[in-house]
Design a protein around this ligand. Structure first.
Ligand code: URA
Length: 198
């Protein structure tokens, strides 16, 4: 059994916050254990809680389209969430719930070792850059402790606010070149800290 499957079994038994009382299914995440890109959303919604899979509702359909626009599918990347269980009535996750769930995200990152983490929405952004405003930093790639982070609006934002759809689509289209540049710099100069496009 792969390390990620073992981890997902552990996550499925988690009782570390109150969300465990309300969930139907745990939603650990899915995709390739060798993914170069890890997308991190906020929390499972109703559809995800029913199926135990991330991003399978309307926001997920848009995420699938976005992946397709850069020639990728779910099996090429890894998709996870900040919290692995659905908050009741789709409310925002609470700070204590995010704190309790953080260890799972950290272990997913440790196992997958992605080249790039794409945060989807403000809760995901706040896990790595607390205090940053998503409206200011979206579309910007940054390196922190050797990891490339890229902030995007949550795909659901486009469903509520049509004007954001284009912004999200354009931000997605920049991912391949950012990743390629990060990989080139890594190969050429292992110690390189700065990439020209950041
Ligand atoms: N929204 C999220 O943030 N994650 C999901 O898995 C589905 C919707």
């Amino acid at each position: 059994m792969s390390l990620l499957s073992q981890l997902n079994e552990e996550i499925a038994c988690c009782q570390d916050c109150d969300l465990a009382q309300h969930r139907n299914r745990v939603v650990p995440g899915e995709g390739s254990e060798k993914a170069a890109i890890l997308f991190i959303g906020e929390a499972p919604g109703w559809h995800e809680d029913q199926q135990g899979r991330p991003f399978v509702g309307p926001a997920g359909h848009f995420l699938d389209e976005l992946l397709d626009s850069i020639g990728l599918s779910r099996k090429d990347v890894y998709i996870a969430n900040v919290v692995k269980c659905r908050p009741p009535s789709n409310r925002d996750p609470l700070p204590a719930e995010m704190r309790a769930c953080r260890k799972w995200l950290d272990r997913q990152i440790e196992i997958i070792k992605p080249k790039m983490i794409v945060t989807l929405g403000r809760y995901s952004l706040a896990q790595f850059f607390p205090g940053d405003a998503i409206g200011k930093v979206r579309g910007r790639a940054r390196k922190k402790q050797g990891m490339l982070y890229y902030a995007m609006y949550h795909p659901a934002a486009a469903l509520h606010q049509q004007s954001l759809r284009r912004v999200i689509e354009e931000d997605m289209l920049r991912i391949p070149s950012l990743l390629a540049e990060a990989e080139e710099v890594e190969e050429a100069e292992p110690e390189a800290k700065q990439l020209s496009m950041f």
